[in-house]
Design a protein around this ligand. Structure first.
Ligand SMILES: Cc1ncc(COP(=O)(O)O)c(C=O)c1O
Length: 469
């Protein structure tokens, strides 16, 4: 890090508080300042180039230098830089994008509603669900079920839906009326000799028990990501979504598919809901909708959701919710152009074919002594690292090995991200097979560097401990 008092690094430490960062460690280590982007690459201030193997935050589908998105933004900025949709106002990019999204949906959807982030979209979904319950004369139906290790955002309500301790600790969350059910992670959570199908049935039973214990008439909705992303790229086991949906329909509970990561091609289908046979009532979309060139998110709602909400807004006089920037014309124009690019260049097909190559190469590492599990679909994957393979136990403390390998990846020219000990891969959808090979070659080198460190650590342990590992 450049330690001069007026360096960008020093000024970042002085003036900028970061998201998802240990603020004290940051004062010591300083930032990695990314200055420009080009295709799947980004470059830091010192001119070091990295493959962005996380597509930023799971989001830059078309890469970091797409001129057509820049041109779309400039065109719209020059014509109508801002407008909104309150009080029946509208504008062309918004209408075009709403129509496009409803037409793209894999199940019949009625309307699109626009927000600015995944958190805002999920927060809005919760509010719509509560409003709908009141509209239907079911004021007791307010509880929402999500899953341990699910991720749905960071507002007060959506951090409550999120099932990760770091989003609750010291924030006094979760709020009331949010319940968490089990994580569909077969490798870690299954009982000895339990098949994927049996595990899925057990999780559906867990869900049903929770619903019955709380009272089915109090449960409004279930939120789930087709693949859990920030919880560690957890791919659901065989039969999971079918069995979960059977329980939800039995008790007339709405299903919200949080497609914020999976949507727009990530899994090798346009939506994760298609990959896993999910039939949602609400779909939550963000990130790859605009390749995150500008913030925009959307909810798609079906008739079952829209109709009672429309009636209630008529009774009250308005649907009293909306964001100043919701459906911003420049963001909507960029999203439309981005979706056009995803279709024209068949980036969904690329996620399928190049993704198959990435999955195959990663799975070859399954026998590596530090690899516990390799999981993923299409262009999203994680490798869960372990210090003790037989017992699926971490090295030193949970997350230490993930952090170590993630650091080596950066030294090897690849930006990845460790969620605890799960190292994630989620590159731009434009990535090619040779570029995937570069990422995985760097990963292999990083694993070997980690092996040396783990050996040194073992050598320093007392003999009786080593025999346990
Ligand atoms: C599945 C999912 N839902 C919601 C969110 C929250 O989105 P945002 O960070 O835009 O608020 C994220 C962010 O990573 C996500 O992965």
């Amino acid at each position: 890090m450049d330690a001069r008092p007026n360096s960008p690094e020093a000024r970042d430490i002085s003036y900028h508080m970061h998201g998802y960062t240990n603020a004290r460690k940051h004062e010591e280590a300083g930032p990695l300042i990314i200055e420009k982007g080009d295709g799947i690459y980004v470059e830091d201030l010192a001119g070091n180039r990295y493959i962005e193997a996380m597509a930023g935050l799971w989001s830059v589908a078309v890469g970091f230098s797409e001129k057509r998105l820049v041109d779309a933004a400039v065109r719209q900025m020059s014509k109508l830089p801002y407008y909104h949709d309150f009080g029946s106002k509208s504008h062309s990019p918004l209408i075009d994008l709403a129509e496009k999204l409803v037409q793209m949906a894999p199940v019949p959807m009625s309307k699109a509603y626009f927000t600015n982030s995944g958190s805002e979209a999920n927060d809005t979904a919760m509010k719509m669900i509560w409003y709908r319950s009141n509209a239907l004369g079911q004021p007791a139906r307010k509880k929402i079920i999500s899953r341990i290790r699910g991720y749905h955002g960071v507002t007060i309500a959506t951090a409550s839906l999120t099932g990760l301790p770091n989003n609750h600790n010291s924030f006094d969350l979760p709020i009331a009326n949010v319940l968490h059910t089990s994580t569909p992670h077969h490798w870690r959570e299954a009982l000895p000799n339990e098949s994927e199908g049996e595990f899925s049935s057990r999780l559906a039973d867990d869900l049903e028990k929770l619903i019955l214990a709380e009272g089915p008439e109090t449960i409004a909705a279930f939120f789930g990501e087709p693949i859990m992303g920030a919880g560690g790229v957890i791919v659901p086991p065989a039969g999971y979504w079918e069995k979960i949906q059977a329980v939800l329909s039995k008790y007339d509970i709405l299903l919200v598919a949080d497609e914020v990561i999976c949507g727009f091609g990530r899994t090798g289908e346009m939506f994760g809901s298609q990959t896993f046979g999910i039939r949602p009532d609400i779909m939550v979309l963000s990130k790859q909708i605009s390749s995150s060139y500008l913030p925009i998110s959307a909810l798609l709602i079906n008739e079952k959701v829209f109709e009672p909400i429309a009636d209630e807004s008529n009774r009250i006089g308005t649907f009293g919710h909306g964001f100043t920037g919701g459906g911003h014309p420049v963001a909507a124009a960029v999203a439309l152009e981005n979706l056009k690019l995803i279709e024209e260049r068949d980036l969904v097909g690329n996620a399928r074919t190049v993704g198959a190559h990435m999955q195959k190469r990663l799975r070859k590492l399954a026998s590596h002594p530090l690899v516990g599990e390799v999981r993923g679909v299409g262009l999203i994957a994680a490798v869960e690292l372990v210090g003790d393979k037989a017992n699926k136990m971490p090295w030193e403390t949970a997350g230490a090995l993930g952090g170590l390998v993630n650091g080596f990846m950066q030294q090897n020219g690849v930006i990845s991200r460790n969620m605890g000990d799960a190292l994630a891969f989620c590159p731009p959808l434009i990535i090619t097979e040779p570029q995937v090979d570069q990422v995985i070659d760097a990963f292999e080198r990083s694993l070997e560097a980690a092996v040396k460190q783990v050996r040194n650590w073992r050598a320093r342990l007392p003999c009786r401990l080593v025999s346990l590992l």
